[in-house]
Design a protein around this ligand. Sequence first.
Ligand code: ZN
Length: 193
Amino acid sequence: MQIVNYPHPTLRHKSKPLKAVDQELVSMVREMFALMYEHKGVGLAANQVDLPYRLFVMNFHGDPEQPDAELVFINPVISHRKGLAEAEEGCLSIPGVYAQVKRPEKIVCAAYDLTGREIEYDLDGLPARIVQHETDHLDGKLFIDRLSTTGLAAVRESLEELELEFTGRQNREEIPSDEQVIARLAELEARRT
Ligand code: ZN
């Protein structure tokens, strides 16, 4: 398992809800937490590790020594958005790119955990921002899609560098083509969603 970078096609995949939690999924979640900590992140969505599942992990402390703050969101649904807040965001799949993003300040999010229990979270501040950023990933959306024209212009050069790097690796056949990635996603999706 590894983190894929913009403009990997899985980052643009809209995932369907998972049907069940099994032992394999529990192991994937453990691996996702480990990767997230390794890369100093506070959240990581399944799309970012090339999996078409409606699932993300988060620990808003970003600290493996604080496992009490670890949360797993399966099939999350956001409701009751309130207020508006602006803060800087980055993404483990878009290295080196940071920008101010406006989002609702408070949300309610319902999701299943690894035991199959449905939990309703009342969130604001950083946790609310992470949950919105990660739920966007499951819909194939990235924080750069939420920037103003000037905000996007400021990061365009960095994005173009990432695009060149990615297509270069594809042309040298170091990584799968878009068609291969999309075919694999369809196979995985058929088994679990
Ligand atoms: Zn992200």
